[in-house]
Write a protein that binds this ligand. Structure first.
Ligand code: NAD
Length: 501
């Protein structure tokens, strides 16, 4: 247990720093611990137990033991526990949001205003879903009854990234356990704390031991071992495309199911008839919210040549006015990036842009404010670049947006669909026909019209191309976490005609 006294806001005791296996907080079998860093000032926040392969085996064994109990529990009862968890998360809001802001660098206004409510809403939604997954009766030949039930897949391994660690515990765990599965979840090693806190709340509300196990630890070894594990039936992964490909290979060990939510390079198209002020504000949210560390960020602004200059003068003024500061200060609008390594990677793209002839319109460096020098801050950055440039093709995953001008619909669609990714995209126009035409032609899992980055627990979330496959949320995700189980009954137990001799 350790005490952290942030410069702003109340002191916080980080209470959960061990692995969560079989309903208990325990040390790693090998006794290892790693240091979790506060990205605001690069100071150690706390030491956390580091899971190794031995701990994966322990967690999988606990999950296997819990599976028959959990899957046989009445679906409505599983749902009731998830709804109690949603209530517990809301009751713990002050603690959880402070913890998340300390660990990730997300401004507290975001963790309070978005991350926490979305986390509670997702657990509540899938609580309600538990007894809505209905089977089917198939109209087959007379004399036979064929019905289909949807059975949980078993032990599910879940691996999450560091950009929305609290929210992703709910996106991953809620549908899985709602459907009767049991879970071993490895949060990103940079941001393990909120998942451990949620585990404690799960225990408090009575979710049985072993149903959920949380293993902070390194991806290359512990995560890889999960992907290879013979007793894990499915891996649900959110993270980079490069690691997603490794997971597919590792999954061949036992042909486990794989669901991948990977990178993105979202096109955000502003037409000449766009509601301009809304487009400026919405486009700033699309890229700068969460310091641009979002797979669905609108990281490529495509501007119609007629409005490009007017849009840019407003957009750049807005970018320069964003308040960067201590994440725990309620007036902060942008915090630090989550790690030093990632800050360096984002800054390295400024050099790439310049080498390619890109024009840095604003930002492109760490802020001058001496109070922020120790942390991992990067100014909101806008770079004018061409479709084929690396900065328009590769995911930067920071407060870094490219701008490219276009003349007509054909040209902009070529740009919008001109990357390996296909996660989210958006457009701003007052022309209803154009909105439908372009929305249909953008190759991506999600499209937003006159808005950006909208998500809801009922609405399918996921990508095409190298953004991955499978869908989270809604009824769609329940198919990802269940197997169709088809049962044939010979109603009168008569010998069917074809068998007769
Ligand atoms: P990452 O791929 O490096 O790591 C993600 C997780 O995978 C971490 O928990 C990490 O420990 C683990 N991991 C690393 N190597 C592994 C291996 N060989 N085997 C198994 N697990 C391994 O990604 P990141 O840097 O943490 O996150 C940023 C990436 O995540 C970005 O590309 C972003 O677009 C993507 N992302 C996608 C979505 C989505 O829903 N599509 C959402 C958020 C983030």
């Amino acid at each position: 247990m350790s005490t952290v006294a942030p410069k702003t806001g109340p002191a916080l005791k980080v209470e959960q720093t061990q692995l969560f296996i079989n309903g208990e907080f325990v040390d790693a079998a090998a006794g290892g611990r790693f240091v979790d860093i506060n990205p605001h000032d690069n100071t150690p926040l706390v030491e956390v137990a580091e899971a190794t392969t031995e701990d994966v085996d322990r967690a999988v064994a606990a999950a296997k033991k819990a599976f028959p109990i959990w899957r046989k529990m009445a679906a409505a009862e599983r749902g009731r526990l998830l709804m109690k968890l949603a209530d517990a998360i809301e009751a713990d809001a002050d603690y959880l949001t402070t913890l998340e802001s300390l660990d990730t660098g997300h401004p507290i206004r975001d963790t309070r205003g978005l991350d926490l409510p979305r986390t509670a809403a997702t657990f509540r939604y899938f609580g309600g879903m538990a007894d809505k997954v209905e089977g089917q009766v198939i109209p087959v030949e007379p004399g036979f009854l064929n019905y289909v039930t949807h059975e949980p897949v078993g032990v599910v391994g879940q691996i999450t990234p560091w950009n929305f660690p609290l929210m992703f515990t709910s996106w991953k765990m809620a549908p899985a356990i709602s459907a009767g599965n049991v879970v071993v979840l490895k949060p990103a090693e940079l941001t393990p704390l909120s998942a451990l806190r949620v585990a404690k709340l799960m225990s408090d509300v009575g979710i049985p031991p072993g149903v959920v196990n949380i293993l902070p630890g390194p991806g290359r070894t512990t995560g890889q071992y999960m992907a290879e594990h013979q007793d894990i039936s499915k891996i649900a992964f959110t993270g980079s495309t490069a690691v997603g490909k490794k997971i597919i290979q590792a999954s061949a060990s036992n042909l486990k199911r794989v669901q991948l939510e990977l990178g993105g390079k979202g096109a955000n198209i502003v037409f000449d008839d766009a509601p301009l002020d809304a487009a400026v504000m919405g486009s700033a949210f699309a890229i700068f919210h969460n310091q641009g560390q979002a797979c669905i960020a609108g990281s490529r602004l495509l501007l119609h040549e007629k409005i490009a200059d007017e849009f840019l003068s407003k957009f750049i003024a807005l970018a320069r006015s964003i308040r960067q500061g201590n994440p725990l200060d309620p007036s902060t609008e942008m915090g630090p990036l989550t790690s030093a390594g990632h800050r360096d990677r984002v800054l390295s793209y400024i050099d790439v842009a310049k080498q390619e002839g890109g024009n840095v319109l604003t930002g492109g460096k760490a802020p001058d404010n001496p109070d922020l020098k120790a942390g991992f801050y990067v100014e909101p950055t806008v770079v004018e670049a061409k479709l084929e440039d690396r900065v328009c093709q590769e995911e930067v995953f920071g407060p870094f947006v490219t701008v490219t001008r276009f003349k007509d619909e054909a040209e902009v669609l070529n740009m919008a669909n001109g990357t390996i990714y296909g996660l989210g995209g958006g457009l701003w126009t007052r022309d209803l026909s154009r909105a439908h035409r372009i929305a249909a032609a953008i190759r991506s899992g999600m499209v937003w019209v006159n808005c950006y980055k909208r998500v809801n627990p009922g609405s399918p979330f996921g990508g095409v191309g190298e953004s991955g496959y499978g869908r989270e949320m809604g009824f769609y995700v329940m198919k990802e976490y269940t197997e169709a189980h088809s049962v044939w009954i010979n109603v009168n137990a008569e010998i069917p005609p074809f068998y007769k001799r």
